[in-house]
Design a binder for this molecule. Structure first.
Ligand code: KIV
Length: 300
């Protein structure tokens, strides 16, 4: 059964036309805030497109959410490219933003352009996201020149975890705040298509929004942003801890645990429902063992 037919309740919000960077700029201009969610698989992507979520971020948080690894720096490049393609297949009308993982763009510009290009060509992504500071303006303009739209992720940068000794908020001192505002301006000048700001005080975001003219997506950056992104598993109540700005809207974790319990009970009680397969008529009642007869029918 296809996922389509198992979810007949189509939403009136389903995205029926592709979301583009141009349509997001229009939403920004119209003062219409846009939602973004992380997504790492085709099934969830299909449901989120149906819900009308315009942006799906194939984040390097896949390392934690999908692979169970201790941090985003462990996200494998080839896997992220595959997951990006899966998300685009599931949600062809969502704008798919691919996260470039640790060491896929920091080593040198040539390698960075090639890897970013793989996300667009093999992963069918619409744009790539890079965790950057002011030292990356050259790379941002090279990618831009190559035709690769770049989302500049500033503020808290989880790929810097070893420097910072953990995930931490950014821009909390005056000096850091002014540095962030300056970086945002320079990254826009270098050709960044959007900014993504993570974990900064609201005042800093407001200053960045007022000093730049490209869409700004926030992840714990306050209401001044044009768009907001969170990790879907947090919002779905599937993680054991969620940041304050991503409080669960559903309890899918509890539902899956219950589903597991119920299946264990069904299996142990032998209550499996109707069995849909019977021997083909020509196999007859005395056509040898069931296994032989099934092999015969499947090869015929
Ligand atoms: O990888 C990711 O999921 C992210 C978001 C948390 C912004 O970068």
């Amino acid at each position: 059964m296809s996922a389509e037919s198992s979810h007949p309740d189509r939403s009136s919000r389903e995205l029926t036309k592709p979301v583009t960077l141009r349509s997001l700029r229009k939403m920004m201009g119209d003062g219409h805030p846009f939602a973004a969610l992380t997504c790492y698989d085709a099934t969830t992507a299909r449901l989120l497109q149906r819900a009308g979520v315009p942006i799906l971020l194939v984040g390097d948080t896949a390392a934690e959410m999908i692979l169970g690894l201790p941090g985003t720096i462990h996200a494998p490049l080839d896997l992220l490219i595959q997951l990006t393609a899966a998300v685009k297949r599931g949600a062809p009308n969502c704008l798919v933003m691919a996260d470039m993982p640790f060491l896929s763009y920091q080593v040198d510009e040539v390698e960075a352009i090639r890897n970013a290009g793989r996300f667009l060509v093999e992963g069918q992504a619409d744009c790539v996201k890079l965790e950057v500071d002011g030292t990356f303006t050259g790379l941002v303009s090279q990618l831009n020149r190559a035709g690769i739209p770049v989302i500049a992720h500033i503020g808290s940068r989880p790929q810097q975890v070893k420097h910072d000794g953990g995930y931490r908020a950014a821009g909390r001192t005056r000096a850091e705040a002014s540095r962030l505002v300056e970086e945002a301006r320079r990254l826009e000048e270098a050709g960044a298509t959007m900014l993504l700001i993570e974990a900064v005080p609201c005042e800093v975001t407001e200053e960045i929004v007022s000093r730049t003219s490209i869409p700004v997506i926030g992840c714990g950056a306050g209401p001044a942003c044009h768009g907001q992104v969170v990790v879907t598993q947090d919002l779905a109540g599937m993680t054991d801890w969620q940041p304050a700005f991503a409080q669960p809207l559903a309890q899918i974790g509890t539902a899956i645990t219950k589903l597991g319990e119920d299946w264990v009970d069904r299996v142990s009680s032998g209550n499996l429902g109707k069995h849909p397969y019977s021997m083909a008529p020509e196999a007859g009642r005395d056509a040898g063992s069931g296994r032989d007869a099934m092999a015969e029918t499947s090869s015929s």
